[in-house]
Ligand binder design. Structure first.
Ligand SMILES: [Zn+2]
Length: 281
């Protein structure tokens, strides 16, 4: 496994541990086609899954998966034997049901038992992608892949991480309306809280919009560094020399007067007086 991929996988699993409280060894629910594909590609699941998850793992199969493999007869006899070596994950089905249905019921809407799902079914993986906190494994040719966390998982992570450090806008709004009466009774103004919450939300949206605008601007072509631009000389030199002289004259009016008397015979222009001033000082 390439180093970068390994780093990514480690990062993903760390996130599942921190945000969704996954524990080691990771529990991996394996489906029938995953076992079959691994066998076809000569992948040893008991060594390869822990490598991909970057830690110890426990492979599990449901009775429904085993029943499916058994029903496939001779073709899947090797996979059936392999599945027997995995830990059984009991399900509530007395009679074996469709494997996808069985796994869906175990994962439910929040993956309460923190399973990693190893499945070759694209449909099932995209379905579990809608449940926050379900790491997904599949085999592509001879590589085992851990899918990047789904959008739903990422947004849930953001929400949880944000909730750890900040009170939500709703909580803040409610807090502002808390009133304690003289007799110790606490009252809340729900209407006002809702109003404040909406106000805060719209403010937040505005801030996000401004942020997005700034980010968008930065992506465009960069302007040259102002320090690296050469300044235009012909325009700046005359004003630069004229200014300090004028201020000098203002500071020392007596000197200037004398100079004027000196140069009185010549031109009365400023340029001549300034040149004389420079020479004397
Ligand atoms: Zn079942």
């Amino acid at each position: 496994m390439r180093l970068k991929r390994h780093k990514d996988y480690k990062r993903y699993m760390n996130m599942y541990c921190q945000t969704f409280h996954f524990r080691k060894p990771f529990q991996v629910l394996v489906d029938a086609d995953f076992i079959q594909t691994a066998l076809d590609q000569r992948i040893d699941l008991r060594t390869q899954i822990p490598k991909v998850l970057c830690d110890a793992s426990k492979q599990m199969v449901t009775p429904c998966t085993m029943a499916l493999l058994k029903s496939r007869g001779e073709d899947a006899s090797g996979a059936f034997l392999a599945s027997k070596r995995f830990e059984k994950r009991r399900c509530k089905h007395q009679q074996a049901v469709d494997e996808a249905l069985c796994l869906s019921q175990i994962i439910s809407t929040s993956n309460p038992h923190n399973y990693v799902v190893a499945s070759q079914s694209k449909k099932l993986r995209s379905q579990f992608g809608q449940v926050p906190g379900v790491p997904l494994l599949y085999i592509n040719r001879s590589n085992m892949i851990l899918e990047p966390p789904s959008e739903v998982t990422l947004s849930k992570t953001k929400q949880i991480e944000g909730g750890k450090t900040h009170a939500s806008t709703k909580e803040l709004a409610t807090l502002k309306t808390v009133k304690v009466k003289n007799n110790g009774q606490v009252s809340l103004d729900a209407k006002l809280a809702k109003k404040l919450e909406e106000k805060a939300e719209s403010k937040k949206a505005k801030r996000e919009a401004v942020k997005a605008k700034i980010l968008k601007k930065r992506q465009g072509p960069k302007e040259p560094n102002p320090l690296s631009i050469k300044k235009k000389k012909p325009k700046t030199t005359p004003t630069a020399s004229a200014k300090p002289v004028a201020s000098e004259g203002g500071e020392e009016p007596e000197k200037k007067k004398r100079r004027r008397r000196k140069g009185g015979k010549g031109d009365s222009g400023e340029a001549t007086t300034s040149v004389g001033g420079d020479e004397s000082s």
